[in-house]
Design a protein around this ligand. Structure first.
Ligand SMILES: Nc1nc2c(ncn2[C@@H]2O[C@H](COP(=O)(O)OP(=O)(O)OP(=O)(O)O)[C@@H](O)[C@H]2O)c(=O)[nH]1
Length: 298
């Protein structure tokens, strides 16, 4: 919580108000002597003391009080409007600071997201991947990635036009956003018609389930694509990778593996999910063992 700075003028105003109150009390005391003559018999010694004060001290006190009241009133007359001006300037500065903070947040969001799809862009994905990799290594938790590519998207653009292509991309991004609903999940545009879903604290099994959910949701959404050689609606191919990160490990392997899986899914006929086992365990001339799974219900 931010502390509002205290105006130096408000201290002056309080001081002025106190001085004014003291001066008024002094004036009231001065009048007391004339107001209580009948009660003098009841409290003779008190009245005698008051009279002594009134005779010896009050006349000079009266002059001093009058002078002080004059100064205090003059200060109040000057200070109060100045205080008002200060307060309204302070309010304007606070408003301006809030406006700039909101603008800054908007700019940060714009720099991190894709203008067409409204999801994170590649740069933001790389930034978050670095953080999540470190976190997963620290917490010894698996980190999974889906690399998703729309099938035959060139044909979609050629058939329906580039604008319809953009609408289709937005539709797929919407589905990914709804599917990856956990707070830690991240959906990003990796480039062109390729998107990624990064899933912290998620094992290979969980990532495969997520891939199946995406295929199912796209089949249900059924974005029309009659010219597709794969199905009557827009479909995607998905490559999956999952790792237990180590602190100084190479995080690009996670992306590379998902990309290999995507390639394998395309090769196997599209509209499916594929996993390529850990690339680092496979020799150069050895062909990776690929597991592919065709999407259900298409
Ligand atoms: N409308 C639109 N099209 C895009 C965008 N970004 C990339 N593309 C198009 O996506 C198409 C990708 O085509 P390819 O890489 O040949 O792949 P594909 O036709 O999807 O074929 P497969 O991936 O093998 O199924 C190209 O025609 C790009 O122009 C975009 O922002 N909007």
């Amino acid at each position: 919580m931010q502390m509002k700075p205290k105006s130096p003028l408000s201290s002056w105003t309080s001081l002025t108000a106190c001085a004014l109150a003291v001066a008024l009390l002094l004036d009231a005391a001065l009048s007391l002597n004339g107001l209580v003559p009948d009660q003098a018999a009841l409290f003779p010694s008190a009245v005698a003391s008051l009279e002594a004060v009134a005779t010896n001290v009050l006349p000079s006190g009266m002059a001093l009080a009058g002078f002080a009241s004059g100064i205090v009133l003059a200060m109040a007359v000057i200070m109060l409007p100045m205080h008002q001006i200060y307060r309204s300037r302070e309010a304007r500065l606070l408003q301006e600071r809030e406006r700039l903070a909101a603008q800054n947040a908007r700019l940060v969001h714009q720099a991190a997201s894709d203008g067409l799809l409204g999801i994170a862009n590649r740069r933001e994905f790389e930034r978050v991947l670095k953080l999540e990799w470190r976190r997963a290594a620290r917490e010894r938790q698996p980190l999974s990635l889906l690399m998703i590519d729309i099938d035959c998207f060139k044909r979609f653009n050629d058939t329906y036009g580039h604008q319809a292509g953009d609408t289709c991309l937005r539709g797929v991004a919407d589905v990914l956003r709804s599917a990856a609903a956990r707070p830690g999940d991240m959906v990003a545009r990796y480039g062109g018609e390729e998107m990624v879903v990064l899933m912290p604290h998620t094992s290979m099994e969980g990532a495969m389930r997520m891939a199946e959910r995406i295929h199912a949701m796209l089949a249900e959404r059924a974005l029309p694509f009659a010219a597709s050689p794969v199905a009557q609606h827009v479909t995607v191919s998905i490559g999956v990778s999952s790792m237990l990160p180590v602190r100084n490990g190479n995080r690009s392997v996670l992306v590379q593996q998902a990309d290999e899986g995507l390639y394998a899914a395309k090769e196997a006929g599209r509209n499916r999910t594929a996993v390529v086992p850990n690339l680092r365990l496979i020799g150069h001339d050895e062909k990776p063992q690929t597991w592919t799974h065709r999407a259900q219900g298409t």
